[in-house]
Design a protein around this ligand. Sequence first.
Ligand code: HEM
Length: 500
Amino acid sequence: MLESVMSCLDVSSCLIGLFILLLAMFFRSRKPKNLPPTPGTALPFVGHLYMLEKNPRQQFKQWAEQFGSMFTLKMGPNTAVFINTLDTLKEAFIKQGDYFSDRPNNLFAVKFSQNFDKGLVLSSGSYWKSQRTTSLAILRNFGMGKNILAEKIIEEISFFTKELARKNGQPSDIRNLTNMSISNIICSIIFGKRFEFGDEKFTELVQMFNEAVKANSADLILNFVPILYYLPFDFFKGKRLLEIIGQLRQFDFEKIREIKKSYDPDNLDNYIVAYIDEMRKEASLDQKSYLDEICLARNIDNLFIAGTETTSTTIMWCLLYMLHYPEVQQRIYKEIVEQIGTERPPNITDKSNLKYLTAVIMEVQRKASIVPLGLPHLCNKDTTLAGYNIPKGTIVMPNLDAIHASKEIWGDPETFRPERFLDDKGNVMTREELMPFSIGRRKCLGESLAKMELFLFLSSLFQQFEFLPASPDKVPPLTKTWGGVAASEPFEIRCVERNK
Ligand code: HEM
């Protein structure tokens, strides 16, 4: 009996195997010619997804070394090309910017949630251009990259450092607090006010954004195999993601309604009223406008999501690196004492004098490479890149991580060495190969805000505190988690006030 079952199983396994092989051959024969190389055979339905490790970061770097400028992966039904070198990335995102500046429109959340592709981050074409130009103009008016905003950031830092001081040097995980403080900067811009750290509504909002970032990360399997959404329960977290999107949308519309009531064209002191003002101006021009309240709501989410987790994760990485390199932390403090002293908080004009700190931040951004694959772009026209064909509809991933870890570029990429960003006179050297904000038309909209936040937060933190591991003989590891934004593992830290 057992034998006959076994032989039946053998026959059926052979048939299934044969079927998969035939399908694989069929799909192979349909593969467009002269695509960048692939690391193995793509199976029907899943493509190369079966090859990916749970945290594929190392794999992506290894394939970059193996294949050079580009490699291709079939992600479910989508063809994705990964760009691994600076030259090819410049050719795509800058020289051929017309063809490589759209976003894919078949991501899970875009397909399953109405208007999800209307905001800054996921829109394409005229919609996107309009959101980007308007938002940049508003943020610049509020002083992005200028002193007015720096004052707001410095004020926020004073609340943040007071909270840190209250921990009395005891071990604590300060990730959430850091996240809330950075969120508060975005709150000041979008709503024109900050929230108290204990505010219930604010805590809930920040948690929702964090959850949305995690749930919608780059490796969300539903992006590639959306049919899995229909399985019972919520194994792939798609239902929860749509629920959060709904809650955020409700929150955004409530805020828009509330702020609209106090609209005063002579006092445009937050992003929402400034956008509404722009919307009204465009409406009066009798021409097609891409500004509307749906886009505004999406932009609010986008600015929160893109602008909070990224900056606070970078700050956390910097603190973690300092636990590993106390001599670097000491040198930063010495520079601060020499250039600013300890009596006044650092301001943005101090940046040109805190050269070593600036180099440390750059080295942390290179090593941590917190957005390892940037955001996905879409190729909107058949074209060629570095000698390969790139068909219209291909997803294009900038493998920023591979560039940041390239031996050819950095010589000793594994070593944490801030000096690589200083010349022999100690001046900061910007290097185009460092691109945590990506490049081209879709490069990070908040780059100058983020740089300002990183400098002001970190210089103030190192001026006021010494950061020590929770236990001297156990420094938390530099392990990188996988996701759209790659954080460290959670860790505790002691923030010891220097001049108590
Ligand atoms: C250290 C902090 C940050 C890092 C490392 C970072 C990195 C990035 C990267 C890699 C992209 C994708 C670019 C591309 O598609 O090629 C991006 C896009 C974006 N970032 Fe940032 N970002 C940071 C902070 C911020 C802040 C503070 C804001 C808020 C103002 C922001 C807003 C955006 C927006 C709106 C986009 C989408 C731009 C578009 O699609 O046109 N980011 N960011």
